[in-house]
Design a protein around this ligand. Structure first.
Ligand SMILES: C[S@@+](CC[C@H](N)C(=O)[O-])C[C@H]1O[C@@H](n2cnc3c(N)ncnc32)[C@H](O)[C@@H]1O
Length: 228
């Protein structure tokens, strides 16, 4: 288990506290459409932290070629139709490049700054010339608007119960997913990043914002600083 991360509920739990059975149930939202609108048709995508393939499968259906990476073999077992690679993203070095690297699920908010740098360096290392890195950030009130809950039309409730500081600008976030027949919880460390802090973190690894893809600025298209 990664330090400060924990998960409860039925089935396997990943080192960052995610439940495999939970992610197998969560419906995909509009993420694949946001991605599809920002990249060339048929692009080769490297998806970092793919989980069970919630987004992978929707991207494959839209005609993209996806390589899915996750450190959980139990998550990757559920991925269908994509090449899968099991291991920590921060140490990934495939010796090949992709049109698009996808770092979603708020992974850029890693509490450990060295892990965050490692994740972003992996993105850059695998980027083909002219390619882009798509990043999903937390919403601006993610750590302050707590507790909060959302009832999903698919019949479950997601609750962000608390976000408590644990030092060095990092919060311990506790989330609950309540289904009629099962409940999962996840506790994880996340570092809130203002827009300025996020853009500084990008610059450290030689990336810059090309454009924010959504009004809430949660989805971002980034490119190497050397691209004009
Ligand atoms: C919150 S889940 C999201 C999964 C998927 N992106 C989705 O939206 O359904 C995060 C996933 O990233 C993986 N993960 C988190 N940190 C990782 C790391 N440093 N290296 C490899 N996998 C990681 C976890 O194992 C988990 O499957």
């Amino acid at each position: 288990m990664r330090e400060g991360h924990e998960g409860t509920g039925p089935g396997a739990i990943t080192p960052d506290g995610c439940a495999v059975e939970l992610y197998a149930r969560l419906p995909v939202g509009d993420e694949p459409d946001v991605i599809a609108a920002a990249v060339p048709a048929g692009a080769r995508i490297l998806e970092l932290g793919s989980g069970v393939g919630r987004m992978t499968h929707a991207l494959l259906e839209r005609g993209f070629e996806v390589t899915a990476v996750d450190e959980s073999a139990e998550m990757l077992e559920r991925v269908r139709g994509a090449r899968t690679i099991c291991g920590p993203i921060e140490r990934l070095d495939l010796g090949e490049t992709f049109d698009v690297v996808l770092l979603a699920s708020f992974l850029v908010h890693a509490g450990d700054v060295e892990v965050r740098r490692g994740l972003l360096r992996t993105c850059v290392r695998h980027l083909a010339k002219g390619g882009c890195v798509l990043i999903q950030r937390e919403g601006e009130d993610y750590h302050t608007n707590v507790p909060r809950e959302r009832v999903d039309p698919a019949g479950f409730t997601v609750r962000i119960v608390s976000a408590e500081p644990v030092g060095d600008g990092v919060d311990s976030v506790h989330a609950e997913y309540v289904f009629p027949d099962a409940t999962w919880t996840q506790t994880f460390r996340a570092r809130p990043l203002t827009r300025e802090q996020f853009e500084e973190a990008l610059a450290e690894t030689g990336l810059k914002v090309d454009r924010y893809l959504t009004e809430d600025r949660m989805w971002v298209r980034t490119v190497p600083m050397t691209d004009t």
